[in-house]
Design a protein around this ligand. Structure first.
Ligand SMILES: CC1(C)c2ccccc2-c2ccc(C[C@@H](CC(=O)O)C(=O)C(=O)O)cc21
Ligand SMILES: [Zn+2]
Length: 323
């Protein structure tokens, strides 16, 4: 009894494989985590003390807290870095931040009708939230998650984001530079993950673009002329349900959607810094090559004193010489 069905998934033309699903005490979990391989972990009880975190409960205890809410004209919430928007740039994001107090957010969700802008709350969980939420938060299974952090030699926990999405919301394909243990509290989310080796098929924006780390490909309407290799992209798909924990390795691309007609989803992610010392061995790992490419783009922008010059110089170096 899955609690969801295929009709709730958006239709994409992407080849996908499965992600292993293991019990939290299966020794294979630690070897997958330590090898930066995604795995869906069952039975960890990481967030089992907060399954009561539904919209009403959270509204009752977060009522007048001002929260980070994103508003989008369509179902996609493409993250962008404000700091990378330069004055002479015409950048028109589809989703934009619209801070509001929790009770307003909850009301807008309840009164939402087709055609209205969609909302997505992502709020850093810290002790500034209400006492009750903090007392719930401390009841996460911290022993377990910290034991994973240790066995994988991850860096420090940087943040927990509380995520409340409307049914059907999509976070388009992107990668993050941190290790991520993603816990679902309510509802079902579909993840399509791509390893760093699929970089050439996903065409991430330039590092200096506000959409840095996000794929340029619109999964709803891929431009196969501009992005021909997207046809060859091979992903991994998994549905994350209540109490499941999905490990998203750093630098792995992921597309995330809250299932349609499934009601709101409530999730919490645990972002950890990468391990401090990463011993360099050859051949290099694919995510290490992504770090090198990022550094080349950054160094060229620095040397040229203009990020818009980076593409021209890279073409000058490569066209007719390396291609
Ligand atoms: C799109 C959104 C709301 C956003 C807008 C502006 C700034 C940041 C973010 C941000 C960060 C994380 C997520 C959670 C998750 C995707 C998902 O669950 O939807 C994910 O990608 C991850 O856990 O790594 C979602 C968002
Ligand atoms: Zn992410």
């Amino acid at each position: 009894m899955a609690g969801w069905n295929e009709s709730q998934l958006r239709k994409y033309n992407i080849k996908v494989d499965k992600i292993p699903t293991l019990q939290y005490d299966d020794p294979k979990v630690d070897s997958l985590l330590s090898n930066n391989k995604p795995v869906l972990i069952k039975g960890s009880k990481l967030v089992s003390q907060v399954l009561k975190w539904d919209l009403d409960y959270l509204a009752e205890h977060m009522n007048s807290i001002c929260c980070n809410v994103l508003v989008s004209k369509n179902h996609k919430f493409k993250y962008y870095d404000q700091k990378k928007i330069t004055p002479n740039m015409t950048f028109k994001p589809i989703s934009r931040p619209s801070p509001m107090i929790f009770s307003e957010f909850a009301k807008k969700i309840k009164d939402w009708k087709k055609g209205d802008s969609r909302l997505y709350m992502q709020q850093v969980l810290n002790n500034s939230i209400s006492q009750r939420i903090v007392s719930d938060f401390v009841m996460f299974n911290w022993d377990w998650i910290m034991s994973k952090q240790k066995v994988c030699k991850w860096g420090s926990l940087t943040s927990n984001l509380l995520l409340i999405a409307q049914e059907g919301n999509v976070t388009p394909c992107h990668y993050d530079e941190q290790q991520n243990m993603f816990a679902s509290i309510r509802g079902y989310k579909r993840f399509i993950l791509f390893p760093p080796s699929e970089f050439e098929c996903l065409y991430p924006h330039p590092v200096h673009h506000p959409y840095d780390r996000q794929s340029q490909v619109d999964f709803d309407n891929p431009d196969y002329i501009k992005f021909p290799k997207f046809k060859e992209a091979c992903g991994y798909e998994v549905i994350v349900g209540p109490e499941d924990v999905l490990y998203i390795p750093m630098y792995w691309f992921h597309h995330v959607e809250s299932l349609m007609h499934g009601g709101c989803t409530v999730s919490v992610n645990f972002w950890f810094k990468a391990g401090s010392v990463e011993k360099i061995e050859y051949p290099l790992l694919d995510h290490q090559k992504m770090v090198i490419m990022r550094n080349v783009e950054k160094m060229l922008a620095e040397a040229l004193h203009d990020p818009n010059e980076v593409g021209n110089m890279l073409n000058t170096i490569v066209l007719g010489r390396y291609t």
